[in-house]
Design a protein. Structure first.
Length: 262
């Protein structure tokens, strides 16, 4: 892929609470070394993890409620309000829990809902975790995840034409215009979006969370095994780190920056 391959951002999402509903954005500021604002800011601990909010360190996702093992999370519609820190959870159109995640009472209200409704999945008391600027990412660094919609279409073909909702991949950025799988060759390269720069640091290895329909909560596809059988790996999408500040939005062009000649 060269700098002439320009993609377009078609979707922009954050995930304030790990495992819960993605929230669509139109524009967002990006800062060096940071995630999208409030992305994976909170997680719901599934049994004691040893996480210390005063000295936050990365923990593997199996320590938290997550779609890879707890597909019923997709049946919930959650919204987080930045101004009030209130998380509201709805199911079948009805509010089932609400609370300010920065207060003990608010966290207790959310924890009570999961205690009462997720017993089969729980390995211990559920606990809402926050580490201030910590991100409960699947990887031990602050990243922006990017999915090439051309690769999603290729997966549909592998599955015999089955529709694959792009939100199965829970990415921050969805882009169109790149050939299928070409993003996997971008590790080490820099992406330009206006003044913003992102350095691609890692391919994303897909887990069983992608098998869950984000609208129905049903585990109805076998995406990682299909990738493995067809391509010899389970990679789809890339992680990138912000290396230059800026603001990005839906409709913006994304280009691979040519290396500077010395």
């Amino acid at each position: 892929m060269t700098a002439s391959h320009i993609a377009e951002i078609t979707g922009l999402y954050r995930y304030p609470i790990k495992g819960l509903t993605p929230e669509r954005l139109s524009r967002v500021p990006l800062r060096v070394g940071q995630t999208l604002p409030a992305d994976r800011r909170y997680a719901i601990e599934n049994g004691p993890s040893g996480f210390d909010p005063d000295a936050p360190e990365w923990k593997p996702k199996i320590q938290f409620l997550m779609l890879a093992r707890n597909e019923r999370l997709a049946e919930l519609d959650s919204r987080f309000d930045d101004a009030t820190n209130v998380l509201t959870i709805r199911k079948d159109g009805l509010t089932v829990a609400s609370g300010n995640l920065e207060t003990a009472a608010g966290r207790a209200a959310i924890e009570r809902y999961f205690t009462e409704n997720f017993q089969p999945e729980l390995k211990g008391p559920p606990k809402v975790l926050s580490g201030r600027e910590h991100s409960f990412s699947d990887v031990a660094r602050k990243v922006v995840s990017i999915i090439n919609l051309g690769s999603v279409r290729a997966i549909e073909a592998m599955l015999g034409g089955a529709a694959v909702h792009p939100l199965r991949f829970r990415a921050n950025l969805y882009v169109k215009g790149w050939p299928a799988w070409s993003e996997l060759d971008l590790v080490g390269q820099t992406l330009a979006i206006g003044q913003t720069r992102l350095k691609v640091v890692k391919r994303i290895v897909r887990c069983p969370a992608t098998n869950v329909d984000p609208e129905t909560g049903k585990r109805d596809l076998e995406i990682p095994p299909t990738l493995s059988r067809t391509l010899g790996h389970m990679d789809c999408g890339i992680y990138a780190e912000v290396v230059a500040d800026g603001e990005i939005g839906v409709g913006d062009a994304l280009a691979v920056e040519e290396p500077k000649l010395i």
